[in-house]
Design a protein around this ligand. Structure first.
Ligand code: 13P
Ligand code: SF4
Length: 368
């Protein structure tokens, strides 16, 4: 069914003006002692120690580039152990991060679920800020670090807690579902969170005839196409996925009718209409593992194709992809820096965190 309504900042004359809060400010640096910078020289010992890791990425990282990365990878892995830290990485992280330093990789839902099980005292989140906030919400007593606090998200930046309150005033009694790509401030105002893996299930779990679904207008449109629940949406969009077009996809098929095309549900409807499969990043990866297409176009962020190709080199990836500039703020260099200095620590006001945690936990506790 089409969206029942779509609202944005311009639809509320009484909307508070001012800066959109994408996330609380990073805390001042921990006062723990910074560790000295390890040697980052490429030596025969580094080559030997990192050879098994290079094996994982040899199909996507040229041999000439490895000596530039390997010393930092080795240093990160050693420091991680020394600090008692765990590294969580989203599927959009570059292969040298995803395959060589991360302890746990996955989509937003998998990372949120894994975050509830972490034993380590320190979590380094290789992803964007809302992901680090979600880890902090689920681990209030642990130190959660993000290597670059500027790693934001156009969806999280599109809506504030005040906007959610205005929507609630306009639609009294209608439950609100927030995509996890939102700030803790927004999560604190909603009934439940969802990810692209479980959005339809979450919406239907509420048993309501109408649901406010925010902030991604395209994910909302996709959900509306899969359910009889009436969906009221917000005008946010992912700056990476909204740039793909259906016309572009048709041209790939014309060039090679045997090509398979899979797309993330943050893409516009004309793109999804051309895709052979639509799913979250984890669902897309599983689809490729099971189907093993000969030639594939992944309509999503570029590193995902690299990460899949590292694992499945027999799948030929055509490369129409877009880079998420926020995800790419996380680098080996700033992960190392983060472990050395324990910066930047993610903090959330405890009262706000309490309310935001409830909507994330309600999602996690939903039965499959
Ligand atoms: P997934 O939950 O599918 O990993 O998506 C997160 C995201 O930011 C996609 O742009
Ligand atoms: Fe946000 Fe889009 Fe980047 Fe995902 S890909 S983090 S939704 S801007």
């Amino acid at each position: 069914m089409p969206l029942t309504g779509i609202y944005g900042p311009d639809d509320f004359a009484n909307r508070p003006q001012g800066q959109i809060i994408t996330s609380p400010r990073a805390a001042p640096a921990r006062t723990g002692s910074p560790l000295p910078m390890p040697s980052l020289e490429w030596t025969p010992e580094v080559e030997r120690a990192t050879a098994p890791l290079y094996d994982r990425v040899k199909h996507v990282i040229p041999p000439i580039e490895w000596p530039l990365m390997a010393p930092t990878i080795k240093a990160i892995n050693e420091l991680k152990r020394a600090r008692g830290a765990v590294i969580l990485a989203h599927n959009y992280q570059a292969p040298e991060i995803f395959h060589c330093v991360a302890d746990i990789g996955g989509d937003s839902l998998q990372l949120a679920v894994e975050a509830t099980k972490v034993k380590a005292d320190i979590i380094v989140q290789c992803g964007v800020h809302f992901m680090a906030e979600t880890s902090k919400l689920l681990n209030p007593d642990k130190t959660v670090l993000i290597p670059d606090t500027r790693a934001g998200c156009s969806l999280a930046a599109s809506i504030t807690g005040a906007d959610v309150r205005l929507l609630r005033e306009k639609f009294p009694g209608v439950p609100v579902v927030a995509y996890v790509n939102t700030s803790a401030e927004v999560k604190a105002e909603v009934d439940i969170c969802c990810t692209s893996s479980n959005a339809v299930q979450v919406v239907e779990s509420l048993g309501a005839p109408s649901v406010i679904f925010l902030p991604d207008r395209y994910l909302a449109t996709y959900v509306a196409s899969k359910t009889d629940v009436k969906i009221i949406a917000w005008k946010g969009a992912c700056e990476v996925h909204e740039r793909f077009t259906g016309e572009e996809l048709r041209s790939y098929r014309e060039a090679d009718p045997s090509v398979q095309i899979i797309a993330h549900p943050e893409c516009p409807p004309d793109v999804l209409a051309e895709a052979d499969f639509t799913g979250s990043t984890a669902h897309m990866i599983n689809w490729v593992r099971e189907r093993r297409p000969r030639r594939l176009v992944m309509i999503t962020e570029c590193s995902m194709a690299d990460n899949v190709r590292a694992e499945l080199p027999d799948v030929e990836m055509l490369r129409p992809c877009n880079i998420c500039p926020h995800m790419k703020r996380i680098t080996l260099a700033n992960i190392l820096e983060s472990l050395l200095t324990l910066r930047e620590e993610v903090t959330i006001d405890p009262a706000l965190a309490e309310r935001a945690r409830r909507s994330v936990e309600r999602m996690i506790n939903l039965k499959n």
